[in-house]
Ligand binder design. Structure first.
Ligand SMILES: Nc1ncnc2c1ncn2[C@@H]1O[C@H](COP(=O)(O)OP(=O)(O)OP(=O)(O)O)[C@@H](O)[C@H]1O
Ligand SMILES: [Mg+2]
Length: 258
């Protein structure tokens, strides 16, 4: 299973929207896809249609109580897409894990030898605490959604420093598969400027596909549906399909073949 963490410690930059829609696009292309909700807000779980009362085993059980991954996986209504939901308990995990041995390695161990899925997306919370650290330690690679606004680059350099520390201390193989520009607004000149700056700084690391600001993307979660299912023809859905295609092209070839 290829594990892709979707992280950015900045809040509201499109992590969850990206996780849901890229995962849906990959499931639609025949990948057995797992979405792990690692945010106590549980937005990814709600966004694929799993209400709070339907969440039985969750990412909390996986991380804190050593419940096997297979027992925490729930089917969604989207063919090919399974979910490990999050519950509010998870907000306590950040503190409960502090005293646990191997606290950064809990998720990686839970994923070991799992063959029921081809690809896994982890939707991280907006912080660089133990939950995100677990995701970065378990991941093969990281996808960073970046909102084109003034402070974006500052936040990004902090995230890249964390990635470097994780590579040095815990997960030397952690890669960065790409940076996805989100909530792009053509009419806003600052957005354009930030996008140019990011591309100049980070070159090919930035995906060609840009996610526009699009109302349909923000409406979809209230229907418990990925935008790709809610309105597959809207500009946001099309952009996420392009992004998923590009992402697949960047995945390690030997893993794609397997
Ligand atoms: N491209 C877009 N166009 C319009 N609205 C968007 C877009 N992407 C995300 N949104 C909306 O912006 C809000 C934040 O997006 P999202 O929840 O994906 O960000 P996040 O990074 O996961 O947030 P958090 O840090 O709280 O987990 C949501 O209400 C979402 O529906
Ligand atoms: Mg989120």
């Amino acid at each position: 299973m290829i594990v892709i963490a979707i992280a950015n410690q900045k809040g509201g930059v499109g992590k969850t929207t990206s996780a849901i829609n890229i995962a849906t696009a990959m499931a639609a292309s025949g990948w057995r896809t797992l979405l792990v909700d690692l945010d106590p807000q549980g937005n990814a779980s709600t966004g694929v249609g799993l209400g709070a009362s339907q969440r039985d085993m969750s990412s909390y059980d996986l991380l804190v109580d050593d419940v096997p991954l297979a027992e925490c996986v729930t089917r969604t209504n989207i063919p090919g897409l399974d979910l490990v939901p999050a519950t509010v308990d998870l907000s306590g995990a950040e503190i409960e894990l502090v005293s646990v041995e191997g606290r950064t390695d809990r998720l990686r161990r839970a994923f070991a030898n799992h063959t029921a899925h081809d690809v896994c997306f982890i939707d991280c919370p907006p912080s660089l605490g133990l939950l995100t650290l677990n995701a970065l330690c378990a991941a093969d690679t990281l996808l960073v959604p970046l909102q084109c606004e003034f402070f974006a680059l500052e936040g990004l350099s902090q995230l890249l420093q964390t990635v470097e520390q994780v590579q040095q201390r815990f997960n030397p193989d952690l890669g960065i598969i790409g940076i996805a520009l989100t909530m792009f607004d053509r009419r806003n000149r600052l957005t354009d400027q930030v996008a140019d700056d990011v591309r100049e700084c980070l070159g090919n690391l930035v995906f060609e596909a840009v996610i526009p600001r699009n109302v349909r993307l923000s409406e979809a979660p209230s229907h418990g549906l990925p935008a790709l299912v809610y309105d597959h023809a809207c500009t946001g859905s099309k952009a996420y399909m392009d992004l998923a295609k590009e992402l697949i092209g960047r995945l390690p070839k030997q893993k794609v073949a397997a």
